[in-house]
Structures are given as structure tokens and as C-alpha cells.
Design a protein around this ligand. Structure first.
Ligand SMILES: Cc1cc2nc3c(=O)[nH]c(=O)nc-3n(C[C@H](O)[C@H](O)[C@H](O)COP(=O)(O)OP(=O)(O)OC[C@H]3O[C@@H](n4cnc5c(N)ncnc54)[C@H](O)[C@@H]3O)c2cc1C
Length: 392
């Protein structure tokens, strides 16, 4: 298998880097925000993404009919990784998860309303699957949708909804058939400024805000039902395969690995170079090797997605599991090797590794939970790749 990029792909990567250099702005790009950078919302960041849309870079894989370029997914991957490496906004949610699901399953009105807005970056979405009693087992969701005339009335609660406090639209799953579990869920698009929706913040250990969202008799017209009634869980599963890949980028991990390697190469402890410590050498060698495995697993997802058809499922889970667990191991190693100073906050003068160890130590845990926990990824791999029986 060839894991090298073609000359055309490398040329695109150079073009992206040059564009990002020319548009470098600390209000848009900040590597110290780590993976949370993708969920920061400011007018400047929205304007920057709108400029990417004007260049045609937001719809690289979309059909030409809907303003896309019908290009290979590898170009989208290269762009997203370049944005993530600089701590910039990423193309994941609107273009990748919601846009691609609307393209595959949405009605004509929905396509006309949302697809151009997504490509112009005029809309932000929040994704609502999880509930207090439905996380890993998302198909247990109970947010109730009751038929009313030419639409539905939604009542109940979602939790852990990231971006709900600034997004305009809510991509939300609700129970339309209480008799069936997986085949009783429908996906809706709901405006988040609806007066009967209440949003309360939850602050995580990674300094990220996520939210509880309460529905109190929220009417949604049939036009805003995504795809077919009671097929929502199928669409959610497809979208989660995309999320597991696009929202958990590799370049920030690679960058933190380089930072740690530089630190070990140049620093001393008790007068002795860190690079001469056999335990540290072994640990670094393992991490760098695992970094290469994560990179290649990511490329396997890209290769599988370019074959067309449904998003790759097993490959996405393998990548998400390995990359996010590696990210956590890397944060542990940075704390251990950086010593007591590694506990200093980011931007603290003289903190080792630019003070990034402390925040990465906290936030990398979250990446192993959101988008489906590591245990759930293992279950998926066990069932779909290894043919083992279901454990629940
Ligand atoms: C910061 C953050 C942001 C999030 N953003 C969103 C969002 O925007 N939208 C959204 O819908 N959700 C979001 N989530 C929710 C996330 O998807 C869930 O937290 C996740 O799916 C786990 O569900 P849970 O928290 O209910 O834990 P549970 O499902 O209760 O799991 C608890 C533990 O049991 C393990 N476990 C559960 N079932 C099994 C099993 N069958 N086999 C083995 N182990 C199992 C889990 O791995 C976990 O360790 C977010 C979560 C976090 C932390």
C-alpha cells in the first residue's frame, strides 16, 4: 500500500500552507487551544472560514450541483489537518457531518436552505444525540416527538451538547416511535433561538463549555425532518463515522510529539541530558512509533472513504481509538518528563514545552469520551472487524 501523497496533493498542501501563512492571525489561530480550537466561535473565525468557502475549499468533496468540486477526500483531509495544526477552526461539523448527511438523505427544501449557507459558512450547528440516560447507547434516547398537524412537538432533555450556546441550528435526534428502539428515532433540524428551548452551560475539566438543552413543547415542521421518519439512527451512525475521523485530527498530536522530542533533545535534569536517560529514550521511541501508526490509520480512513459508498466504519473506530488514546499517553509522558514545571499553565513564562502539558493532560481525556468512548470503539471493532458477538 502506498502511503505517500501524489505531486498534486503535495502541491495543494503547499498552497494551503501559503494561504494560511498569508492569513495568519492570532485571533483565528491559536495552537494552545489544542483540539478545542475547533469549537471556538468569534466573528473573525467565522469570517476566515467564509473566505475559505469563497475559495471553494469548504465543498471539496461535495457534488458540483451543490457548489462543490467533486474532489477526492484526501484534499479535505489535508486542509483539515493544516487548519488543526495551527489551532484554527476546522471544516468538520457543517461540511462533514451535517452537510454530507443532508446531501445523502435531506429533502430538496432542506438542501436549498442549508447547503449554500454551509459553503458560505453562514451557519453553525450543534449536534444533539446524548441524553442523561442515553450516551454510549444513543439508541436509548427518549426526547419525545409527538405528531401534531403537519409537524412534531418535541419535549425532553439533551445533554453534553457542544456549541449549543452559539450555534444557530440543532441537529437533534428524537423518539418518534416508542415501540421500537433503533428504528424509532428521527433526526430533526431545530433553530436554537426557539423560545421554548433552554440552554444551560456545563464546564468540563478541559476548560470547554458544553451544554444541557431542554425542550418544552417545541414545534418542528415536517420540512425540517431529516430523511425518512424513524431512520434517524441509521443517519446518526453514518454521521458518527465521519465525526470520529474529522473531529479528532492527527496534526496536533504530531505537533505535541515534536515538542516533547525537542524538549528531550535539548534539556537536562540534575545536570544530565534527558536524551541520555534510557527510560526516557524508550518512552519517546514508543510514542514516536505509535504516532506513525496513528498517522497511517488516519490515511486508511481517507483511502477507504475514497472508495465511495457509506463512510468507513471500522477504520474510523480504529483511528479514533488509537489516536485519542495515544494523545492521552503523550500528555502523560509530557507531564512525567517535564517534571513539576509541567503543571504550570499554558503561557506561563519558563514552563516546559510552552506550558502546554498541563492543559493537554486535562483535555485529552475528553477526546477518549466524545464521539463514542474508547470502550465503544473497541466494541465496534470487535463486532464489525473481528465478527465477535455483541456484548450488550
Ligand atoms: C466534552 C464532551 C462533549 C460532548 N459533546 C457532545 C455533543 O456535542 N453531542 C452529543 O450528542 N454528545 C456529546 N457528548 C457526549 C458523548 O458522546 C458521551 O459522553 C459518550 O457517548 C459517553 O456517554 P455517557 O457520558 O453517557 O457515558 P456512559 O454511556 O454512561 O458510559 C460510562 C462508561 O461505561 C462505558 N460503557 C458504556 N457502555 C459500554 C459497553 N457496552 N461496553 C463497554 N463499556 C461501556 C463507557 O465507555 C464509559 O466508560 C460529549 C461528551 C463530552 C464529555
Amino acid at each position: 500500500m502506498d502511503f505517500e501523497f501524489s505531486p498534486a496533493q503535495l502541491a495543494f498542501r503547499d498552497e494551503v500552507e501559503q494561504y494560511l501563512d498569508a492569513n495568519d492571525d492570532p485571533d483565528v489561530f491559536d495552537v494552545t487551544r489544542e483540539n478545542m480550537a475547533q469549537i471556538v466561535d468569534t466573528p473573525k473565525r467565522r469570517a476566515f472560514m467564509a473566505k475559505l468557502g469563497e475559495k471553494g475549499w469548504l465543498g471539496i468533496t461535495w457534488p458540483k450541483e451543490w457548489g462543490g468540486q467533486e474532489g477526492d477526500g484526501v484534499y479535505e483531509y489535508l486542509l483539515n489537518e493544516a487548519l488543526a495544526a495551527r489551532g484554527g477552526p476546522q471544516i468538520g461539523k457543517g461540511v462533514g457531518i451535517i452537510g454530507k448527511t443532508i446531501l445523502a438523505h435531506g429533502n430538496e427544501k432542506m438542501k436549498q436552505e442549508f447547503l449554500p449557507k454551509i459553503l458560505r459558512n453562514e451557519v453553525e450547528f450543534a449536534v444533539g444525540y446524548s441524553e442523561p440516560d442515553a450516551g454510549s447507547d444513543a439508541a436509548s434516547m427518549r426526547l419525545k416527538a409527538t405528531r401534531d398537524g403537519d409537524g412534531w412537538r418535541l419535549n425532553g432533555q439533551k445533554t453534553w451538547t457542544t456549541s449549543a450556546h452559539f450555534a444557530e441550528w440543532y441537529w437533534v435526534g428524537a423518539r418518534t416511535d416508542p415501540e421500537s428502539k433503533h428504528h424509532g428515532i428521527t433526526l430533526f433540524l431545530v433553530p436554537l433561538d426557539h423560545p421554548n428551548i433552554t440552554i444551560n452551560g456545563i464546564w468540563t475539566m478541559g476548560d470547554e463549555r458544553t451544554n444541557d438543552v431542554f425542550f418544552d413543547d417545541v414545534f418542528v415542521h415536517d420540512d425540517y425532518v431529516v430523511g425518512e421518519l424513524n431512520h434517524g439512527f441509521q443517519y446518526i451512525s453514518e454521521a458518527l463515522d465521519l465525526e470520529r475521523f474529522t473531529m479528532f485530527t492527527f496534526s496536533p498530536i504530531e505537533q505535541r510529539l515534536d515538542l516533547l522530542c525537542d524538549y528531550v533533545a535539548n534539556e537536562t535534569r540534575d545536570g544530565k541530558p534527558l536524551k541520555d536517560d534510557p527510560v526516557i529514550r524508550q518512552r519517546i521511541a514508543q510514542l514516536v512509533t505509535q504516532g506513525e501508526v496513528a498517522r497511517v490509520l488516519g490515511l486508511k480512513v481517507v483511502a477507504a472513504s475514497m472508495k465511495g459508498g457509506a463512510p468507513p466504519t471500522t477504520e474510523s473506530s480504529e483511528y479514533k481509538l488509537f489516536a485519542t488514546e495515544l494523545s492521552k499517553r503523550l500528555a502523560d509522558a509530557s507531564m512525567d518528563i517535564g517534571g513539576p514545571g509541567a503543571q504550570l499553565r499554558v503561557h506561563t513564562e519558563e514552563a516546559p514545552m510552552e506550558g502546554r502539558s498541563e492543559s493537554t493532560y486535562r483535555y485529552t481525556v475528553i477526546d477518549t469520551i466524545g464521539g463514542g468512548s474508547s470502550e465503544i470503539q473497541k466494541n465496534i471493532i470487535a463486532r464489525r472487524a473481528l465478527g465477535l458477538p455483541k456484548n450488550f
